[in-house]
Design a protein around this ligand. Structure first.
Ligand code: 13P
Ligand code: 13P
Ligand code: MG
Ligand code: MG
Ligand code: MG
Length: 366
């Protein structure tokens, strides 16, 4: 019998501004998911938040893109949005683009990462939740976990990892996908995924086809046909026994890599790994956060989690991230702190251009 892990997330309102989800919203989600547990749709669940995004981590026997599971998550978000509206929370219902459910959450606003697998004798699974960034923020850490031998010792010294992994990459602009093998096609893979706003790692597989990782790649700007927001992403990664070790899966986050998002979804800034409790992006609405939760998946139940970045060994990373934030912030409205105009979530440029249009003159040749 197979087990499915589904992580469905949405920002449905926060306090104050875009900082933190209100506990009442999480309680409502808990109520809806507890009901789904009782009716047998779910086997288990755990609810967390990263900043203003609520993450529903669910296990069940129904496979990926299951209508009942997706409807459960959507109903939870819809019902919690009513509370968000009553409390006049900021951005109430922000990520819900439609109030009529049609089969699954694809294209409806929430982000989703899912994987179905046959449980091993022991099956460690890690869920990462990010805020104030975009799905491409996972490209660098997922690459390092599954393809960089300087990160993952197992690629070199563990025979069960030595063959490497295959990466499924989405071109989110053209709606196309390609699968590239590592280490054989590593340079081609890097040529694509270095463009984090366009090429996004969606899944990673072992060479025998077994699923190793899945990332939510839903981009609100593409879904809505216009730029309504970056989608704060989630990822699921399997660890140990044929996959990278738990410690190899958290190691890339010891480097506070630059991602786009942060203030108004329009700035580059350093990622900061934190505990669930400290996932409160406050300074300039950031810097961007990542939370990591380590579970054992046992007969479709979630044992755990361990709050993976609640480890003093990541204190130095957090300090570095804060220092980088101070440095890059001093650029104010200049690139590369501010994103290039075509990638900004907010822009006054068309209005400014319209106003200045009559004052632009041809340049003399001198
Ligand atoms: P243990 O010897 O504690 O099982 O650890 C093995 C391992 O692979 C750690 O990364
Ligand atoms: P969220 O995408 O987390 O809602 O943040 C939006 C924003 O504009 C933060 O400044
Ligand atoms: Mg928000
Ligand atoms: Mg958010
Ligand atoms: Mg966002």
């Amino acid at each position: 019998m197979k087990t499915t892990v589904s992580v469905i997330k949405a920002d449905i309102g926060s306090v104050s501004g875009h900082c933190v989800s209100h506990p009442a919203l999480m309680e409502k989600c808990d109520e809806v998911l507890a009901n789904a547990l009782e009716t047998g749709i779910l086997e288990d669940y755990y609810i967390t938040r990263c900043g203003d995004d609520i993450d529903l981590i669910m296990t069940h026997r129904n496979g990926e893109l299951n209508e009942e599971v997706h409807k459960t998550a959507y109903d939870a978000f819809i019902q919690a949005t009513e509370i968000a509206r009553d409390l006049k929370l900021y951005g109430a219902g922000q990520d819900l683009l439609s109030d009529t459910f049609s089969g699954n959450v694809k294209g409806m606003g929430p982000g989703c990462a899912e994987m179905e697998f046959k449980e091993r004798r022991s099956d460690p699974v890690i869920v990462y939740c990010m805020d104030k960034t975009e799905p491409g923020a996972f490209n660098l850490p997922i690459f390092k976990i599954f393809a960089d031998p300087f990160n993952t010792a197992g690629l070199v010294i563990d025979p069960s990892l030595h063959d490497g992994f295959s990466f499924e990459v989405f071109d989110v602009m053209e709606h196309k996908k390609v699968v590239l093998d590592c280490p054989e096609e590593m340079y081609d893979l890097l040529a694509l995924i270095g463009s984090t706003g366009r090429y996004v790692i969606k899944r990673v597989f072992k060479k025998n086809g077994e699923i190793a990782a899945a990332v939510s790649t839903d981009k609100l700007n593409m879904l809505a046909g216009e730029y309504v927001g970056k989608d704060d992403p989630v990822a699921i990664v399997r660890a140990q026994s044929g996959f990278p070790a738990n410690g190899e899966c958290v190691e890339p986050f010891a480097f506070p890599h630059m991602v786009s998002g942060w203030m108004r979804g329009s700035h580059n800034g350093p990622m900061m790994p934190t505990s669930q409790e400290e996932a409160n992006p406050i300074r300039f609405d950031g810097p961007p956060r990542v939370v990591g939760l380590g579970f054992q998946v046992t007969d479709a139940k979630l044992v755990g989690p361990v709050d993976l970045f609640d480890d003093p060994a990541f204190d130095e990373t957090r300090r570095q991230s804060a220092n980088i934030a101070t440095y890059i912030r001093r650029h104010g409205p200049f690139e590369p702190h501010r994103l290039p105009s075509e990638e900004m979530e907010y822009t006054s440029l068309p209005g400014v251009m319209e106003k200045l249009e009559p004052r632009f003159e041809d340049m003399d040749d001198d």
